[in-house]
Structures are given as C-alpha cells and as structure tokens.
Design a binder for this molecule. Sequence first.
Ligand code: AMP
Length: 113
Amino acid sequence: MPTLFAKIIRGELPSEIVYQDELVTAFRDISPAAPTHILIVPNKVIRTVNDLRDEDEKVAGRMVIVAKKLAEREGIAEDGYRLIINCNRHGGQDVYHLHMHLIGGRQLGPIAQ
Ligand code: AMP
C-alpha cells in the first residue's frame, strides 16, 4: 500500500507541491499550523527517523537544505522558523512516511507541550 505522501509525490493525490527533485518533495500542509507550513518528504518511503540508515545521509541532508531554501523563498528566513520531525507515538507522528515540517510566518509558542 503506497503511503499518503507517496501518492502525493507521484501526483496521484492533489496537493500544492512547492519543490521537487530526485531525492525529496515539498508540499503545503493540508492543515497549516502557521502562515507557512510545508512538509519536506523523501521520495523513497522511510517510515520514521528510526528507520534512517547511514546511506540515507544524503537524503536527510537534502531535507534540511531544501527547508532552508524554502524558508528564504517564503520570506520567513530572517524572522525565523521551526523545523520539526515527529517520531512515533510519543512524538505525535500521524503519517508513517518521514517528513520534516517547516513552520513559520508568526511568533511560535513553546517547543513542546
Ligand atoms: P505528523 O503528525 O508529523 O505525522 O504530521 C502529518 C502532517 O500531514 C499533518 O500536519 C497533516 O496536516 C498533514 N497532512 C495529512 N494529510 C495531508 C495531505 N493530503 N496533504 C498535505 N498534508 C497532509
């Protein structure tokens, strides 16, 4: 069964894709928590941070570099933003296809609740 995000990456589910390359895809969160809320996702399915392997270093690094570039493009780089990866139940992960949230555009609250 393809993950929800795998379907978005392949264009089988509608979404607003803002960036795509050979390693990662970024699209706007369907339920934004802030004016900018983008998900940066590896094109290949990696379920959680726990499943990252040494050979995934390039894709993991690309996720951060793309987040930084998108923050600049969104005009939120200077004021600041937050990058979040939730992992498993205690981390509040809902979709089991690794993704990094890029959230900004307003003053954010405490990091953990
Ligand atoms: P997490 O709780 O870290 O697994 O985050 C999952 C995120 O995916 C949530 O912020 C959802 O709003 C978002 N989401 C779920 N379905 C979609 C979708 N079809 N398109 C875009 N974002 C989605």
